[in-house]
Design a protein around this ligand. Structure first.
Ligand SMILES: Cc1cc2nc3c(=O)[nH]c(=O)nc-3n(C[C@H](O)[C@H](O)[C@H](O)COP(=O)(O)OP(=O)(O)OC[C@H]3O[C@@H](n4cnc5c(N)ncnc54)[C@H](O)[C@@H]3O)c2cc1C
Length: 474
């Protein structure tokens, strides 16, 4: 697939700032002021230092940042080469196209090795009370964009496989567009859900349903107060497949940039643990820390992040072959005190437990932990979907959420430049992107984009102040 359709030019102010920054970084100009006067300058092209970025962590946050760094740089390179070809010498235009860029992604486990790979993959922009979350509109829109990029990448590989009659099959679903349904579980809940549903997004509608309509979507569903809300456009994803596809999209974008004549672009995934930020000092123009719940294990960040950890266990269940009635092809996933993320007619994930302050980072779940999780989750799930009793347990996995503090606007992720915290005499910028809590999927698209813009323009003001306020609090 062509990525050109996803490439957008940043807004005018950012574009000007980024363009000047790039001119400086690429060696076209020695400072921002001379970048502004490049048009009148007639200096010949100089050797350009490579741009190098390190992204730490290959979960939702890290891969979104990597994708958006490439996207922003490509759009800037396109604009820059247009700018230079219009106003300057051809040699400079060529130089801008050939400037070297390298993105190194470090993850000690690999793609989706943390909470992202374990998550239920449920996606909608609402709170449990059906209230639109902070900047839910932008988050929803950007996340859907990333999902289509991942789907498009796999789709074009599948088309290529069929055309070339290759064996490898990429045809597994990344996104299930079956909607999500939440039955009201208390009388108080009925009014709140229905009231908030009135203010839903046009692109992710909330419909109020009575018991019969809800049951027409999910046969045998329990709707104790004759009321449920239904989000027909909400989706659930397979997080591992999605992240693999997003990384592939990054690799393809790099190839496409080369095909367009923007040579010298590279992206690598290093399966390697980063033990200290200062190890990377001097090597990179910027280091973006997307290490989820493990971020504060870095010595430089120890005790500096207002995050609490919370371990969650999910159980994968299957419907045995001897049970004839499958989960409906169009029946939605279910949210309740336990959620059911449906992945196929005979496959679903049930979640999740909440073990606060856990420091168990392992995705592996012992038999005892799995049994405890089932004892906790099954009664909750069967109180709304009694047929869950027919499903059998296949495996359990766990992840550690990085929970940010609760603010009047909700639990907002933490972003910002960390140079003052990391210290050291170096020319590297350290950025933090974490605290995605229990909504990493929703937040990662838009915030990954803003983070990439902030990193490239070296300007923290690109980030909404609500997300950087935590750094000013003691
Ligand atoms: C059980 C459970 C269910 C969830 N369900 C949902 C859901 O349905 N919808 C939703 O939106 N959110 C859900 N979440 C929340 C979501 O998973 C997180 O918000 C999100 O995954 C955080 O993404 P991240 O990239 O910040 O962190 P992570 O996904 O944890 O990524 C961090 C990465 O950094 C790597 N790493 C850590 N330390 C180092 C190091 N020193 N060196 C190198 N690499 C390192 C790890 O291997 C990991 O891959 C769920 C979470 C859990 C635990």
């Amino acid at each position: 697939m062509s990525y050109a359709s996803f490439i957008q030019i940043p807004n005018a102010t950012l574009f000007l700032r980024c363009r000047k920054s790039l001119l400086v970084r690429h060696g076209f100009c020695s400072n921002q002021r001379s970048a502004s006067s490049l048009v009148s300058s007639s200096s010949s092209s100089r050797a350009q230092p490579p741009l190098r970025y390190a992204v730490l962590g290959a979960g939702f946050a890290g891969l979104s940042v990597a994708w958006h760094l490439l996207q922003v740089l490509l759009s800037l390179s396109l604009s820059l080469s247009l700018f230079l070809s219009t106003f300057s010498q051809n040699s400079q235009c060529q130089a801008s196209k050939e400037s070297h860029l390298c993105i190194d992604i470090y993850d000690e486990i690999g793609i989706g090795g943390g909470a992202s790979g374990v998550s239920g993959g449920l996606l909608h922009p609402y709170s449990p009370k059906a209230k639109l979350l902070w900047r839910g509109t932008e988050c929803w829109k950007e996340c859907l964009k990333l999902l289509s990029i991942a789907e498009g990448t796999v789709g074009s590989m599948e088309a290529d496989r069929v055309a070339r009659d290759l064996d490898q099959d990429f045809d597994e679903l990344i996104v299930w567009r079956r909607g999500i349904l939440r039955p009201a579980t208390t009388l108080k809940n009925v009014d709140i859900l229905n009231e908030n549903a009135q203010n839903c997004l046009g692109s992710c509608r909330i419909e109020s349903l009575n018991k019969d309509t809800a049951r027409s979507l999910i046969p045998n569903l329990c709707v104790p107060f004759d009321s449920a809300i239904y989000m027909p456009e909400a989706v659930n994803i397979h997080p591992q497949r999605y992240l693999q596809a997003l990384f592939l999209a990054c690799e393809n974008l790099v190839k496409e940039m080369s095909a367009l004549g923007f040579g010298g672009k590279e992206i690598y995934l290093h399966k390697k643990s980063v033990n200290k930020l200062l190890e990377l000092a001097g090597e990179y123009n910027a280091v973006i820390i997307c290490l989820g719940a493990k971020a504060d294990l870095l010595p430089e960040l120890l005790g500096r992040l207002p995050l609490r950890t919370c371990r969650g266990v999910v159980a994968h269940l299957q419907l045995p072959k001897d049970i004839g009635e499958e989960y409906g092809e169009h029946s939605p996933s279910i949210l309740s005190d336990a959620w059911l993320a449906v992945r196929g007619p005979r496959s679903l994930v049930m979640g999740s437990t909440w073990e606060w302050r856990s420091r168990n980072y392992s995705p592996i779940v012992s038999a005892e932990e799995a049994s405890n999780a089932l004892q906790e989750l099954l009664p909750k799930a069967s109180s709304v979907y009694p047929d869950i009793q027919n499903w059998t347990f296949t495996r359990a996995m766990a992840g550690l959420r990085a929970m940010p503090p609760l603010t009047p606007l909700g639990s907002l992720p933490l972003l910002g430049c960390m140079d003052d915290v990391v210290g050291g005499n170096h020319q590297c910028k350290y950025w933090f992107f974490g605290g995605l809590g229990s909504r990493g999927l929703l937040y990662h698209g838009w915030l990954g984009k803003l983070m990439a813009q902030a990193v490239i323009s070296c300007n923290e003001d690109v980030l909404p102040s609500e997300l950087t306020l935590w750094r000013k609090m003691k």
